[in-house]
Design a protein around this ligand. Structure first.
Ligand code: ADQ
Length: 520
Protein backbone atom coordinates (compact mmCIF):
# COMPACT_ATOMS: atom_id res chain seq x y z
CA UNK A 1 0.00 0.00 0.00
CA UNK A 2 1.46 3.31 -1.12
CA UNK A 3 4.89 1.65 -1.30
CA UNK A 4 5.14 1.24 2.48
CA UNK A 5 6.08 -1.99 4.19
CA UNK A 6 4.06 -3.76 6.88
CA UNK A 7 6.83 -2.82 9.28
CA UNK A 8 6.12 0.86 8.63
CA UNK A 9 2.46 0.20 9.29
CA UNK A 10 3.31 -1.21 12.71
CA UNK A 11 5.25 1.81 13.89
CA UNK A 12 3.96 3.32 17.11
CA UNK A 13 1.93 6.49 16.87
CA UNK A 14 2.17 9.53 19.08
CA UNK A 15 -1.24 11.14 18.68
CA UNK A 16 -1.51 14.80 19.58
CA UNK A 17 -5.06 16.06 20.03
CA UNK A 18 -6.65 18.79 22.09
CA UNK A 19 -8.26 16.53 24.65
CA UNK A 20 -7.24 13.25 26.23
CA UNK A 21 -9.92 10.73 25.34
CA UNK A 22 -10.98 9.79 28.87
CA UNK A 23 -13.40 11.07 31.49
CA UNK A 24 -14.50 9.87 34.90
CA UNK A 25 -17.84 8.12 34.50
CA UNK A 26 -20.07 5.88 36.62
CA UNK A 27 -17.68 2.94 36.14
CA UNK A 28 -14.40 4.78 36.74
CA UNK A 29 -12.24 6.07 33.87
CA UNK A 30 -14.03 5.65 30.53
CA UNK A 31 -13.42 6.63 26.94
CA UNK A 32 -15.14 9.90 26.07
CA UNK A 33 -17.76 10.22 23.32
CA UNK A 34 -17.15 12.39 20.23
CA UNK A 35 -16.05 12.22 16.61
CA UNK A 36 -12.31 12.42 17.17
CA UNK A 37 -12.25 9.82 19.92
CA UNK A 38 -14.47 7.51 17.91
CA UNK A 39 -12.01 7.80 15.05
CA UNK A 40 -8.75 7.55 16.94
CA UNK A 41 -9.57 4.77 19.39
CA UNK A 42 -8.89 1.99 16.87
CA UNK A 43 -5.60 3.63 15.86
CA UNK A 44 -4.35 3.50 19.36
CA UNK A 45 -5.41 -0.12 19.72
CA UNK A 46 -3.41 -1.19 16.67
CA UNK A 47 -0.48 1.26 16.94
CA UNK A 48 0.21 1.66 20.65
CA UNK A 49 2.30 4.67 21.53
CA UNK A 50 1.19 7.76 23.38
CA UNK A 51 -1.64 10.26 23.33
CA UNK A 52 -0.74 13.84 24.19
CA UNK A 53 -3.67 16.04 25.20
CA UNK A 54 -5.24 18.44 27.66
CA UNK A 55 -6.37 16.74 30.89
CA UNK A 56 -9.58 18.82 30.93
CA UNK A 57 -8.81 19.87 34.50
CA UNK A 58 -9.35 16.36 35.88
CA UNK A 59 -6.90 14.97 38.40
CA UNK A 60 -5.69 11.42 38.97
CA UNK A 61 -5.76 10.36 35.33
CA UNK A 62 -4.71 6.77 34.68
CA UNK A 63 -1.23 6.37 33.16
CA UNK A 64 -2.62 4.47 30.17
CA UNK A 65 -5.81 4.40 28.13
CA UNK A 66 -8.41 2.03 29.67
CA UNK A 67 -7.92 -1.51 28.28
CA UNK A 68 -4.78 -0.66 26.32
CA UNK A 69 -1.10 0.07 26.71
CA UNK A 70 -1.34 3.55 25.21
CA UNK A 71 0.47 6.03 27.43
CA UNK A 72 -1.49 9.16 28.32
CA UNK A 73 0.54 12.37 28.37
CA UNK A 74 -1.65 14.91 30.19
CA UNK A 75 -1.23 18.64 29.73
CA UNK A 76 -2.59 20.91 32.44
CA UNK A 77 -3.84 24.36 31.42
CA UNK A 78 -4.59 27.38 33.58
CA UNK A 79 -8.12 28.80 33.74
CA UNK A 80 -6.98 31.78 31.63
CA UNK A 81 -5.47 29.45 29.00
CA UNK A 82 -8.67 27.42 28.81
CA UNK A 83 -10.69 30.62 28.45
CA UNK A 84 -8.49 32.23 25.81
CA UNK A 85 -7.04 29.28 23.87
CA UNK A 86 -9.92 26.82 23.98
CA UNK A 87 -13.20 28.71 24.43
CA UNK A 88 -11.76 31.77 22.71
CA UNK A 89 -9.42 31.17 19.80
CA UNK A 90 -10.30 27.53 19.09
CA UNK A 91 -14.07 27.67 19.53
CA UNK A 92 -15.05 31.28 18.95
CA UNK A 93 -12.45 32.21 16.28
CA UNK A 94 -11.31 29.13 14.34
CA UNK A 95 -14.40 26.92 14.60
CA UNK A 96 -16.80 29.48 13.04
CA UNK A 97 -14.15 30.69 10.58
CA UNK A 98 -13.41 27.19 9.26
CA UNK A 99 -17.15 26.47 9.08
CA UNK A 100 -17.63 29.13 6.42
CA UNK A 101 -18.09 31.86 9.02
CA UNK A 102 -21.62 30.58 9.58
CA UNK A 103 -21.42 32.38 12.91
CA UNK A 104 -19.26 35.48 12.95
CA UNK A 105 -15.71 34.58 14.06
CA UNK A 106 -14.38 36.78 16.85
CA UNK A 107 -10.81 38.03 16.52
CA UNK A 108 -9.08 38.85 19.82
CA UNK A 109 -5.34 39.31 20.02
CA UNK A 110 -5.18 37.96 23.60
CA UNK A 111 -6.83 34.72 22.39
CA UNK A 112 -4.26 34.39 19.63
CA UNK A 113 -1.38 34.80 22.08
CA UNK A 114 -2.90 32.10 24.28
CA UNK A 115 -3.32 29.80 21.26
CA UNK A 116 0.35 30.29 20.38
CA UNK A 117 1.47 29.65 23.96
CA UNK A 118 -0.67 26.53 24.39
CA UNK A 119 0.42 25.15 21.01
CA UNK A 120 4.02 25.68 22.18
CA UNK A 121 3.29 23.57 25.28
CA UNK A 122 1.73 20.83 23.14
CA UNK A 123 4.67 20.96 20.71
CA UNK A 124 7.13 20.61 23.59
CA UNK A 125 5.29 17.69 25.22
CA UNK A 126 4.81 15.95 21.90
CA UNK A 127 8.51 16.28 21.09
CA UNK A 128 9.41 14.89 24.52
CA UNK A 129 7.08 11.90 23.98
CA UNK A 130 8.67 11.36 20.56
CA UNK A 131 12.16 11.51 22.08
CA UNK A 132 11.14 8.45 24.08
CA UNK A 133 9.82 6.65 20.98
CA UNK A 134 12.10 7.79 18.19
CA UNK A 135 10.61 5.38 15.64
CA UNK A 136 7.08 6.73 16.16
CA UNK A 137 4.97 8.68 13.71
CA UNK A 138 3.65 11.97 15.05
CA UNK A 139 0.00 12.45 14.16
CA UNK A 140 -1.43 15.84 15.05
CA UNK A 141 -5.18 16.40 14.98
CA UNK A 142 -7.47 19.26 14.32
CA UNK A 143 -7.89 22.99 14.37
CA UNK A 144 -6.87 23.51 18.00
CA UNK A 145 -3.27 22.50 17.23
CA UNK A 146 -2.40 23.92 13.84
CA UNK A 147 0.95 25.34 14.97
CA UNK A 148 2.15 22.03 16.41
CA UNK A 149 3.51 20.37 13.22
CA UNK A 150 6.07 23.11 12.69
CA UNK A 151 6.94 23.21 16.40
CA UNK A 152 7.62 19.45 16.34
CA UNK A 153 9.78 19.89 13.23
CA UNK A 154 11.82 22.58 14.97
CA UNK A 155 12.51 20.27 17.89
CA UNK A 156 12.90 17.06 15.89
CA UNK A 157 13.99 17.69 12.29
CA UNK A 158 13.13 14.71 10.09
CA UNK A 159 10.33 13.52 12.37
CA UNK A 160 7.61 11.88 10.21
CA UNK A 161 4.59 14.04 10.99
CA UNK A 162 1.03 14.07 9.74
CA UNK A 163 -1.75 16.53 10.37
CA UNK A 164 -5.43 15.76 9.93
CA UNK A 165 -8.10 18.45 9.91
CA UNK A 166 -11.47 17.12 11.11
CA UNK A 167 -13.40 20.20 10.06
CA UNK A 168 -13.77 21.91 6.68
CA UNK A 169 -11.23 24.28 5.17
CA UNK A 170 -13.15 27.25 3.77
CA UNK A 171 -12.51 29.20 0.58
CA UNK A 172 -9.45 31.49 0.67
CA UNK A 173 -11.76 34.52 0.78
CA UNK A 174 -13.04 33.41 4.17
CA UNK A 175 -9.78 32.08 5.56
CA UNK A 176 -8.05 35.34 4.57
CA UNK A 177 -10.09 37.20 7.19
CA UNK A 178 -7.97 35.68 9.96
CA UNK A 179 -5.40 38.23 11.15
CA UNK A 180 -2.91 35.40 11.89
CA UNK A 181 -3.48 33.48 8.67
CA UNK A 182 0.17 33.19 7.58
CA UNK A 183 1.22 31.83 10.96
CA UNK A 184 -1.49 29.15 10.84
CA UNK A 185 -0.56 28.07 7.33
CA UNK A 186 3.13 28.01 8.20
CA UNK A 187 2.44 25.96 11.31
CA UNK A 188 0.59 23.35 9.28
CA UNK A 189 3.30 23.21 6.65
CA UNK A 190 5.63 21.74 9.26
CA UNK A 191 3.88 18.42 8.58
CA UNK A 192 4.88 15.95 5.87
CA UNK A 193 1.21 15.38 5.04
CA UNK A 194 -1.73 17.72 5.66
CA UNK A 195 -4.97 15.79 5.12
CA UNK A 196 -8.63 16.72 4.76
CA UNK A 197 -11.97 14.91 4.47
CA UNK A 198 -12.75 16.05 0.91
CA UNK A 199 -11.11 17.26 -2.28
CA UNK A 200 -12.92 20.56 -1.89
CA UNK A 201 -11.35 21.33 1.52
CA UNK A 202 -7.94 20.28 0.21
CA UNK A 203 -8.28 22.52 -2.86
CA UNK A 204 -9.36 25.42 -0.61
CA UNK A 205 -6.24 24.89 1.51
CA UNK A 206 -3.95 24.83 -1.52
CA UNK A 207 -5.56 27.99 -2.86
CA UNK A 208 -5.14 29.63 0.55
CA UNK A 209 -1.42 28.79 0.53
CA UNK A 210 -1.03 30.06 -3.04
CA UNK A 211 -2.80 33.32 -2.26
CA UNK A 212 -1.52 34.10 1.21
CA UNK A 213 2.07 32.81 1.09
CA UNK A 214 2.91 33.94 -2.41
CA UNK A 215 5.38 36.54 -1.18
CA UNK A 216 7.25 33.92 0.79
CA UNK A 217 8.74 31.73 -1.91
CA UNK A 218 6.15 29.09 -1.30
CA UNK A 219 4.80 27.39 -4.36
CA UNK A 220 1.80 25.17 -4.95
CA UNK A 221 2.67 22.38 -7.38
CA UNK A 222 -0.22 20.05 -8.08
CA UNK A 223 -1.32 18.67 -4.73
CA UNK A 224 1.89 19.64 -2.92
CA UNK A 225 3.19 22.81 -1.36
CA UNK A 226 6.89 23.36 -2.00
CA UNK A 227 8.71 25.39 0.63
CA UNK A 228 11.66 27.70 0.08
CA UNK A 229 14.07 24.97 1.22
CA UNK A 230 12.72 22.53 -1.38
CA UNK A 231 10.77 20.38 1.09
CA UNK A 232 7.42 19.36 -0.37
CA UNK A 233 4.39 19.08 1.89
CA UNK A 234 1.91 16.56 0.54
CA UNK A 235 -1.79 17.20 0.85
CA UNK A 236 -4.25 14.32 0.92
CA UNK A 237 -7.97 13.64 0.82
CA UNK A 238 -8.86 11.04 3.43
CA UNK A 239 -12.55 10.79 4.36
CA UNK A 240 -12.73 9.59 7.93
CA UNK A 241 -15.00 6.71 8.89
CA UNK A 242 -16.27 4.57 11.76
CA UNK A 243 -15.49 1.19 13.25
CA UNK A 244 -18.18 -0.49 11.15
CA UNK A 245 -17.60 -3.94 12.66
CA UNK A 246 -18.14 -2.57 16.15
CA UNK A 247 -21.40 -0.85 15.20
CA UNK A 248 -22.57 -4.00 13.43
CA UNK A 249 -21.90 -5.85 16.66
CA UNK A 250 -23.81 -3.27 18.72
CA UNK A 251 -26.70 -3.60 16.27
CA UNK A 252 -27.23 -7.24 17.02
CA UNK A 253 -26.31 -7.68 20.67
CA UNK A 254 -29.03 -8.80 23.13
CA UNK A 255 -28.87 -5.59 25.16
CA UNK A 256 -29.75 -3.65 22.00
CA UNK A 257 -32.70 -5.98 21.32
CA UNK A 258 -33.93 -5.20 24.78
CA UNK A 259 -33.57 -1.44 24.34
CA UNK A 260 -35.31 -1.63 20.97
CA UNK A 261 -38.26 -3.43 22.56
CA UNK A 262 -38.66 -0.70 25.18
CA UNK A 263 -38.32 2.09 22.63
CA UNK A 264 -40.73 0.40 20.22
CA UNK A 265 -43.27 0.37 23.02
CA UNK A 266 -42.69 4.06 23.73
CA UNK A 267 -43.06 5.04 20.05
CA UNK A 268 -45.78 2.50 19.26
CA UNK A 269 -47.88 3.41 16.19
CA UNK A 270 -45.59 6.33 15.37
CA UNK A 271 -43.16 6.87 12.53
CA UNK A 272 -39.88 7.82 14.23
CA UNK A 273 -37.63 10.56 12.85
CA UNK A 274 -34.28 10.85 14.63
CA UNK A 275 -31.57 13.50 14.98
CA UNK A 276 -28.28 12.76 16.82
CA UNK A 277 -25.71 15.52 17.17
CA UNK A 278 -23.42 17.45 19.39
CA UNK A 279 -25.41 20.56 20.21
CA UNK A 280 -23.65 22.82 17.72
CA UNK A 281 -24.89 25.64 15.48
CA UNK A 282 -23.24 23.98 12.47
CA UNK A 283 -25.49 20.92 12.74
CA UNK A 284 -28.68 22.59 11.46
CA UNK A 285 -30.79 21.50 14.45
CA UNK A 286 -32.94 24.65 14.35
CA UNK A 287 -33.62 24.26 10.61
CA UNK A 288 -34.54 20.61 11.24
CA UNK A 289 -37.01 21.56 13.98
CA UNK A 290 -38.57 24.24 11.80
CA UNK A 291 -38.92 21.75 8.94
CA UNK A 292 -40.62 19.25 11.26
CA UNK A 293 -42.91 22.04 12.43
CA UNK A 294 -43.90 22.83 8.82
CA UNK A 295 -44.51 19.15 8.19
CA UNK A 296 -46.88 18.96 11.16
CA UNK A 297 -48.55 22.19 10.15
CA UNK A 298 -49.27 20.90 6.63
CA UNK A 299 -50.28 17.38 7.72
CA UNK A 300 -52.51 17.37 10.80
CA UNK A 301 -52.68 13.57 10.60
CA UNK A 302 -48.96 13.34 11.36
CA UNK A 303 -49.40 15.05 14.74
CA UNK A 304 -50.48 11.76 16.27
CA UNK A 305 -48.62 9.37 13.98
CA UNK A 306 -45.12 10.84 13.80
CA UNK A 307 -42.48 11.50 16.46
CA UNK A 308 -39.29 13.44 16.02
CA UNK A 309 -36.61 12.63 18.60
CA UNK A 310 -33.57 14.88 18.89
CA UNK A 311 -30.68 13.51 20.94
CA UNK A 312 -28.18 16.27 21.62
CA UNK A 313 -24.93 15.74 23.41
CA UNK A 314 -23.99 18.81 25.51
CA UNK A 315 -21.16 20.76 23.97
CA UNK A 316 -19.05 23.88 24.71
CA UNK A 317 -21.53 25.52 27.01
CA UNK A 318 -18.82 27.96 28.07
CA UNK A 319 -19.15 29.66 24.69
CA UNK A 320 -21.93 32.26 24.40
CA UNK A 321 -23.24 31.06 21.01
CA UNK A 322 -23.67 27.50 22.34
CA UNK A 323 -25.64 28.59 25.40
CA UNK A 324 -27.88 30.64 23.13
CA UNK A 325 -28.33 27.69 20.78
CA UNK A 326 -29.40 25.43 23.62
CA UNK A 327 -32.02 27.84 24.79
CA UNK A 328 -33.28 28.45 21.21
CA UNK A 329 -33.58 24.69 20.59
CA UNK A 330 -35.53 24.27 23.81
CA UNK A 331 -37.84 27.17 22.91
CA UNK A 332 -38.59 25.60 19.52
CA UNK A 333 -39.27 22.17 21.03
CA UNK A 334 -41.64 23.75 23.57
CA UNK A 335 -43.43 25.83 20.93
CA UNK A 336 -43.92 22.94 18.48
CA UNK A 337 -45.23 20.65 21.19
CA UNK A 338 -47.47 23.41 22.52
CA UNK A 339 -48.95 23.90 19.06
CA UNK A 340 -49.20 20.34 17.80
CA UNK A 341 -49.74 17.96 20.71
CA UNK A 342 -53.24 16.54 20.36
CA UNK A 343 -55.17 16.25 23.65
CA UNK A 344 -54.66 12.80 25.16
CA UNK A 345 -51.74 12.04 22.81
CA UNK A 346 -47.98 11.97 23.22
CA UNK A 347 -45.95 15.05 22.20
CA UNK A 348 -44.65 15.00 18.60
CA UNK A 349 -41.14 16.25 19.51
CA UNK A 350 -38.92 14.48 22.05
CA UNK A 351 -35.63 15.95 23.16
CA UNK A 352 -32.79 14.31 25.10
CA UNK A 353 -29.94 16.58 26.17
CA UNK A 354 -27.30 14.01 27.12
CA UNK A 355 -24.65 11.61 25.88
CA UNK A 356 -25.49 7.96 25.33
CA UNK A 357 -23.33 4.87 24.91
CA UNK A 358 -22.72 3.53 21.39
CA UNK A 359 -24.87 0.52 22.22
CA UNK A 360 -27.76 2.75 23.32
CA UNK A 361 -27.38 4.84 20.18
CA UNK A 362 -27.49 1.65 18.11
CA UNK A 363 -30.97 0.90 19.50
CA UNK A 364 -32.23 4.34 18.45
CA UNK A 365 -30.59 3.96 15.01
CA UNK A 366 -32.23 0.57 14.60
CA UNK A 367 -35.71 1.82 15.44
CA UNK A 368 -35.67 5.13 13.54
CA UNK A 369 -37.58 5.15 10.26
CA UNK A 370 -35.52 8.13 9.14
CA UNK A 371 -32.35 9.84 10.31
CA UNK A 372 -32.24 13.59 9.70
CA UNK A 373 -28.63 14.75 9.19
CA UNK A 374 -29.04 18.39 8.25
CA UNK A 375 -25.82 20.33 9.03
CA UNK A 376 -25.34 23.73 7.48
CA UNK A 377 -21.76 22.59 7.12
CA UNK A 378 -19.98 19.55 8.59
CA UNK A 379 -16.44 18.30 7.89
CA UNK A 380 -17.61 14.71 7.51
CA UNK A 381 -20.42 13.54 9.90
CA UNK A 382 -20.04 10.11 11.40
CA UNK A 383 -23.61 9.75 12.68
CA UNK A 384 -24.95 8.99 9.19
CA UNK A 385 -22.34 6.26 8.73
CA UNK A 386 -23.33 4.73 12.06
CA UNK A 387 -27.01 4.79 11.08
CA UNK A 388 -26.64 3.04 7.71
CA UNK A 389 -24.40 0.43 9.33
CA UNK A 390 -26.92 -0.39 12.07
CA UNK A 391 -29.92 -0.32 9.73
CA UNK A 392 -28.20 -2.68 7.31
CA UNK A 393 -27.07 -5.04 10.07
CA UNK A 394 -30.67 -5.44 11.18
CA UNK A 395 -32.13 -5.64 7.68
CA UNK A 396 -33.92 -2.35 8.31
CA UNK A 397 -35.52 -0.08 5.75
CA UNK A 398 -34.70 3.27 7.32
CA UNK A 399 -34.02 6.28 5.14
CA UNK A 400 -31.12 8.69 5.46
CA UNK A 401 -31.76 12.38 4.81
CA UNK A 402 -28.35 13.94 4.35
CA UNK A 403 -27.34 17.56 3.94
CA UNK A 404 -25.39 18.23 0.77
CA UNK A 405 -23.08 20.41 2.92
CA UNK A 406 -21.51 17.46 4.76
CA UNK A 407 -18.32 15.69 3.72
CA UNK A 408 -20.32 12.45 3.89
CA UNK A 409 -22.62 13.56 1.05
CA UNK A 410 -19.73 12.94 -1.41
CA UNK A 411 -19.48 9.34 -0.25
CA UNK A 412 -23.15 8.46 0.19
CA UNK A 413 -24.88 9.43 -3.05
CA UNK A 414 -27.77 7.00 -2.38
CA UNK A 415 -29.01 9.11 0.56
CA UNK A 416 -31.88 11.56 0.11
CA UNK A 417 -29.83 14.73 -0.15
CA UNK A 418 -31.21 18.01 1.10
CA UNK A 419 -30.43 21.69 1.43
CA UNK A 420 -31.09 22.63 5.08
CA UNK A 421 -31.00 26.36 4.31
CA UNK A 422 -34.26 25.83 2.43
CA UNK A 423 -36.41 24.96 5.43
CA UNK A 424 -39.64 24.55 3.51
CA UNK A 425 -37.85 22.46 0.88
CA UNK A 426 -36.42 20.36 3.72
CA UNK A 427 -39.90 19.68 5.08
CA UNK A 428 -40.93 18.43 1.62
CA UNK A 429 -37.77 16.30 1.38
CA UNK A 430 -38.71 14.62 4.66
CA UNK A 431 -42.17 13.94 3.31
CA UNK A 432 -40.67 12.57 0.10
CA UNK A 433 -38.28 10.30 2.03
CA UNK A 434 -41.09 8.94 4.18
CA UNK A 435 -43.07 8.16 1.06
CA UNK A 436 -40.37 5.89 -0.43
CA UNK A 437 -41.20 2.19 -0.45
CA UNK A 438 -39.37 -0.14 1.92
CA UNK A 439 -37.70 -1.82 -1.10
CA UNK A 440 -36.39 1.49 -2.43
CA UNK A 441 -35.01 2.42 0.98
CA UNK A 442 -33.33 -0.97 1.44
CA UNK A 443 -31.81 -0.68 -2.01
CA UNK A 444 -30.19 2.58 -0.86
CA UNK A 445 -29.09 1.44 2.62
CA UNK A 446 -27.27 -1.65 1.29
CA UNK A 447 -24.68 0.11 -0.91
CA UNK A 448 -24.15 2.88 1.64
CA UNK A 449 -23.44 0.33 4.38
CA UNK A 450 -21.15 -1.59 2.02
CA UNK A 451 -19.21 1.58 1.27
CA UNK A 452 -18.79 2.32 4.98
CA UNK A 453 -17.73 -1.27 5.67
CA UNK A 454 -15.14 -1.20 2.88
CA UNK A 455 -13.88 2.24 3.91
CA UNK A 456 -13.87 1.88 7.67
CA UNK A 457 -11.73 3.74 10.16
CA UNK A 458 -9.04 1.03 10.17
CA UNK A 459 -8.49 1.54 6.46
CA UNK A 460 -8.46 5.30 6.99
CA UNK A 461 -5.75 4.91 9.63
CA UNK A 462 -3.55 2.58 7.66
CA UNK A 463 -3.82 4.71 4.50
CA UNK A 464 -2.95 7.83 6.47
CA UNK A 465 0.03 6.29 8.24
CA UNK A 466 1.33 4.90 4.95
CA UNK A 467 0.98 8.32 3.33
CA UNK A 468 2.85 10.04 6.18
CA UNK A 469 5.64 7.45 6.12
CA UNK A 470 6.00 7.73 2.36
CA UNK A 471 6.05 11.53 2.36
CA UNK A 472 8.56 11.65 5.24
CA UNK A 473 10.81 9.16 3.44
CA UNK A 474 10.83 11.40 0.36
CA UNK A 475 11.92 14.36 2.52
CA UNK A 476 14.68 12.30 4.15
CA UNK A 477 16.11 11.67 0.68
CA UNK A 478 16.63 15.43 0.19
CA UNK A 479 20.22 16.67 0.69
CA UNK A 480 20.76 17.10 4.44
CA UNK A 481 20.98 20.90 4.32
CA UNK A 482 17.58 21.10 2.61
CA UNK A 483 15.81 18.49 4.72
CA UNK A 484 16.81 20.38 7.87
CA UNK A 485 14.97 23.50 6.62
CA UNK A 486 17.31 26.08 8.16
CA UNK A 487 15.65 29.44 8.61
CA UNK A 488 17.32 31.89 6.26
CA UNK A 489 15.99 34.89 8.12
CA UNK A 490 17.70 33.74 11.32
CA UNK A 491 20.76 32.67 9.44
CA UNK A 492 20.57 28.91 9.86
CA UNK A 493 19.91 26.47 12.67
CA UNK A 494 16.38 25.36 13.37
CA UNK A 495 13.62 26.25 10.94
CA UNK A 496 11.62 29.19 12.06
CA UNK A 497 7.98 29.53 11.04
CA UNK A 498 7.80 33.01 12.51
CA UNK A 499 10.19 34.24 9.84
CA UNK A 500 8.70 32.80 6.68
CA UNK A 501 6.02 35.39 6.26
CA UNK A 502 8.18 38.20 7.60
CA UNK A 503 11.44 37.37 5.81
CA UNK A 504 12.36 39.83 3.10
CA UNK A 505 15.05 39.98 0.46
CA UNK A 506 15.26 36.25 -0.18
CA UNK A 507 15.73 35.03 -3.74
CA UNK A 508 12.41 34.33 -5.45
CA UNK A 509 11.65 30.69 -6.16
CA UNK A 510 11.09 29.84 -9.80
CA UNK A 511 7.41 29.18 -10.39
CA UNK A 512 6.47 25.84 -11.90
CA UNK A 513 5.52 26.15 -15.58
CA UNK A 514 1.84 26.90 -15.95
CA UNK A 515 1.50 27.97 -12.32
CA UNK A 516 -0.20 31.34 -11.94
CA UNK A 517 -0.55 33.38 -8.81
CA UNK A 518 -4.27 33.58 -8.08
CA UNK A 519 -5.62 37.09 -7.82
CA UNK A 520 -6.16 38.33 -4.29
P1 ADQ B 1 -18.27 16.10 15.56
O1 ADQ B 1 -18.70 17.48 15.21
O2 ADQ B 1 -18.27 15.77 17.00
O3 ADQ B 1 -16.86 15.74 14.97
P2 ADQ B 1 -19.66 13.77 14.18
O4 ADQ B 1 -18.88 13.37 13.02
O5 ADQ B 1 -21.10 13.82 13.93
O6 ADQ B 1 -19.34 15.18 14.76
O7 ADQ B 1 -19.35 12.74 15.33
C1 ADQ B 1 -20.11 12.72 16.46
C2 ADQ B 1 -19.82 11.45 17.25
O8 ADQ B 1 -20.34 11.64 18.54
C3 ADQ B 1 -20.48 10.23 16.63
O9 ADQ B 1 -19.63 9.12 16.73
C4 ADQ B 1 -21.73 10.04 17.48
O10 ADQ B 1 -22.10 8.70 17.69
C5 ADQ B 1 -21.31 10.63 18.81
N1 ADQ B 1 -22.49 11.26 19.42
C6 ADQ B 1 -23.30 12.20 18.91
N2 ADQ B 1 -24.32 12.45 19.74
C7 ADQ B 1 -24.15 11.65 20.79
C8 ADQ B 1 -24.87 11.43 21.99
N3 ADQ B 1 -25.97 12.12 22.30
N4 ADQ B 1 -24.38 10.51 22.84
C9 ADQ B 1 -23.27 9.83 22.56
N5 ADQ B 1 -22.56 9.98 21.45
C10 ADQ B 1 -22.99 10.88 20.58
C11 ADQ B 1 -15.85 16.39 14.16
C12 ADQ B 1 -16.34 17.05 12.87
C13 ADQ B 1 -17.09 16.07 12.01
C14 ADQ B 1 -16.21 14.83 11.75
C15 ADQ B 1 -15.63 14.30 13.04
C16 ADQ B 1 -14.58 13.23 12.77
O11 ADQ B 1 -17.17 18.17 13.17
O12 ADQ B 1 -17.46 16.65 10.78
O13 ADQ B 1 -16.99 13.84 11.14
O14 ADQ B 1 -14.98 15.31 13.79
O15 ADQ B 1 -13.57 13.73 11.95
Amino acid sequence: MNGTSTEDQDRPVVAVANRLPVHHGDNGWELSPGGLVTALRPVMATHPGAWVGWDGGTKGLPPTLPDSGVRLVPIGLSAAQVRNYYHGFANATLWPLLHNAIEKPRFERAWWYAYRDVNAIFGERAAAALDEQPDAIAWVHDYQLMLVPQLVRERRGGQPTGFFLHVPWPSPDIFARLPWREQILTGLLGADVVAFHTDEYRANFLRSCARLLRDDDIEVRGDSVVLPDGRAVTTATAPISIDAAEFTQHAIEPETDNDIRLLAEQFRDRTLLLGVDRLDYTKGIIERLLAVEMLLERNPGLRTSLSFLQIAVPSRDDVREYRQLRSTVEQHVGRINGLYTEPGSDVPVHYLYRGLSQQQLAAYYALADALLVTPLIDGMNLVCKEYVTVQNARGGSGVLLLSEFTGAADELPQAVHCNPFDVEGLSYRIEYALGLTADTRRAAIGPMAAHVRDHDVYRWVSDQLAEITKAAAAVSRLPADRAASPCRACGGGAPCPGHWPAAAGRPRARRAPGWRTPRR
